[in-house]
Design a binder for this molecule. Structure first.
Ligand code: ADP
Ligand code: MG
Ligand code: ZN
Length: 615
């Protein structure tokens, strides 16, 4: 849109300029006549005129005494005719030398052509800019028709080639894709055996988990070209463009087969049709239909394999998942601790790290990080080291970058009053201390009163190993930790002084309690079943959002959630009251040091982890 406005600007400026030129040309010709035509006729009658030069409508008169006058006549009318109407006889005219000259030079032509061709030229220019802008938005290949595909084609060569070795971890995903590589390499073998080669593979996983990377690695391993197009690129301004782009993309693939067609973010076009969610979008439907037509259109042994990626497999149209289309599905998971270590190793390779840097302990500190997060983390650390004028990257820079990636950049410029700082310190101290005293809560890794992103301060707790299951005891303890900040503020400052700070904590607590009751069957009263419609159920149920429980049950759920939260609050209050001295110690240290790492925290608290479980 911005470039469109820019083009419009250029257009307007060009208009003004041309109008100006045309004006100058005209104005320069407009010399005010010094005498009228009747006067001229009278002069000729008195034989005072020697010559009259006629140039179009302008008359330049030279008098017998050498004086020059200027006059005008109507265009088209010949001078003798005009003079005749003023009563001059042809005889009287004979004494006058009439010279007719053509107007010439660039001025004449510009004056002639601009009014005729100027507007046409401007319209052509405007269209040219619009077309260029549209293509620019579509991928920046100039000089192509509107409907043509703008997919990027990549023939892997030795330098740019990505192989499975560049993808850390993901053993299962790689194994499944290994098969696809085989299909591309030795299609005849499979066809000879009568096997049908799959046409489509769907990669499913959160953003940043390496789906695009994996697809490129498949192309690299098989040594075939890689046609890349993003779902959002199909759907653009003009109706029908998406479908013709799909046609073109597959047309090109057929020409260079064997090849991989990679459709990134397929959910942008492949959403369930006609569900009315997000507005039924004709253009999208046409594009999706064309993809289906193309996938049905080529033979399964034609050497084309379509790989699509999405992070929302739940919203995809079932037609896409039918046999013969994307019937192979590969899940790309968040990396586990070993995979994180391997990914970190890849991005540590070309960086100067201090020998003390332990990738293992970094992997421990980064559960939930995607491959992209980890790549970003190492990059941030390198940037930080450069800014600090260091020769190598130390553990410190990387740890700081973890917080940055996790919580956003520090907001040191955010000014807190001393009173606010103290309240934040008590708040974070409350979370941390409750977390430390409870047995099933993850160890506290870091407490800080430096503002980051939206948080005033933060307490980082993290398991030592990746967790896939949560126990009921963990839920209960986490609930108390979530309320620890709120409870500490209340304990120290009293009810009146409770700040607006803990509102997100209260939301977290409510969510934990609700999930425990409605999703994990952790309430004895309600029993082992789930309640309500989660988002994925909404989609699977074709958009039905009915509650699957009665009004009466709803009341029980509410009271169970309230009970859990109240219990947790009472528990946190008890712990903090019993260990008020430790809370004060943490607060004091936070005010002085701002950020406290795990070891220092344990030293300050001076109580064994989990020793408050019975209180
Ligand atoms: P997605 O397509 O799933 O959103 P990408 O493939 O674009 O994710 O991954 C983003 C970046 O993260 C990659 O370019 C790569 O640098 C890094 N990355 C992700 N996963 C891995 C991995 N397993 N090994 C190495 N790098 C990875
Ligand atoms: Mg991607
Ligand atoms: Zn908090």
């Amino acid at each position: 849109m911005r470039s469109f406005l820019k083009n419009l600007g250029i257009f307007v400026v060009a208009m003004v300029l041309l109008a100006f030129i045309a004006n100058v040309v005209r104005v320069s010709k407009e010399v005010t006549p010094t005498i009228g035509l009747s006067e001229l006729a009278a002069s000729i009658g008195r034989k005072e005129v020697k010559t009259v030069e006629v140039m179009d409508q302008d008359l330049t008169i030279t008098l017998a005494d050498g004086k020059k006058e200027i006059s005008r006549k109507e265009t088209g009318e010949s001078l003798p005719n005009v003079l005749h109407t003023y009563g001059l006889t042809p005889e009287q005219l004979q004494g006058v030398n009439i010279i007719v000259t053509q107007e010439g030079g660039w001025r004449y032509w510009v004056g002639m052509l601009i009014p005729v061709f100027g507007p046409i030229l401007l319209i052509v220019i405007l269209f040219y800019f619009m077309a260029r802008q549209m293509q620019g938005a579509a991928g920046g290949r100039g000089g192509m028709g509107f409907g043509q595909s703008v997919g990027k084609e990549m023939v892997p060569d030795e330098k740019t080639k990505v192989t499975f070795a560049d993808v850390a971890g993901m053993k299962e995903s790689k194994e499944e894709l290994e098969e696809v590589v085989e299909f591309l390499k030795n299609a005849e073998k499979f066809v000879g055996m009568g096997a049908k080669i799959p046409k489509g593979v769907l990669l499913m996983g959160s953003p940043g988990t390496g789906k695009t990377l994996l697809a490129r690695a498949v192309a690299g391993e098989a040594g075939v070209p890689f046609l890349h197009m993003s779902g959002s690129e199909f759907v653009e301004m003009f109706v029908g463009v998406g479908a013709s782009r799909v046609r073109d993309l597959f047309g090109r693939a057929k020409k260079i087969a064997p090849a991989i067609v990679f459709i990134d973010e397929i959910d942008a076009v492949g959403r369930r049709r006609g569900s009315g969610m997000g507005g039924s979008h004709d253009e999208r439907e046409q594009t999706l239909n064309q993809i289906l037509v193309e996938m049905d259109g080529f033979e399964s042994n034609s050497g084309i394999i379509v790989i699509a990626a999405t992070n929302r497999p739940d919203v995809l149209d079932p037609a896409l998942l039918r046999p013969g289309r994307f019937d192979r599905r590969v899940t790309v998971n968040l990396p586990d601790i070993n995979e994180r270590e391997a990914i970190l190793a890849i991005y540590a390779k070309n960086k100067k790290l201090e020998p003390e840097v332990s990738l293992r302990s970094l992997a421990e500190r980064t559960p939930g990080f995607t491959g992209a997060d980890l790549a970003n983390l190492m990059n941030e650390a390198a940037i930080l080291a450069v800014r600090r004028k260091m020769k190598t990257i130390s553990m410190n820079e990387i740890l700081e970058s973890i917080d940055k990636v996790l919580l956003g950049p520090e907001r040191r410029s955010h000014v807190f009053s001393d009173a606010e700082k103290k309240m934040t310190a008590y708040h974070e101290g409350g979370h941390a201390l409750v977390g430390h005293l409870l047995k099933h809560s993850d160890p506290i890794r870091k407490v800080s009163i430096i503002s980051r992103g939206h948080a005033g301060g933060y307490t980082l707790k993290m398991p030592t190993e990746d967790k896939h299951y949560y126990t009921r005891a963990e839920f209960i303890d986490d609930l108390a930790v979530a309320l620890g900040g709120y409870v500490a503020e209340k304990l120290v400052y009293g009810d009146e002084m409770i700040s607006t700070g803990p509102s997100s904590d209260l939301r977290t607590a409510t969510r934990i309690a609700r999930d425990a009751v409605t999703q994990y069957g952790m309430s004895d009263l309600l029993g082992p079943r789930t309640f309500g419609t989660r988002e994925d159920l909404v989609y699977l149920g074709q958009g039905v959002t009915e509650k699957d429980y009665s009004e009466k049950t709803m009341e029980v759920i509410d009271s169970e959630v309230a009970r859990l939260i109240n219990d947790a609050r009472a528990r946190a209050a008890r712990l903090l009251e019993n260990h008020r001295d430790a809370l004060d110690r943490i607060t004091e240290a936070l005010l002085k040091e701002e950020t406290i790492e795990e070891a220092r925290f344990v030293e300050i608290v001076a109580i064994e982890k989990g020793s408050g479980a019975q209180e």
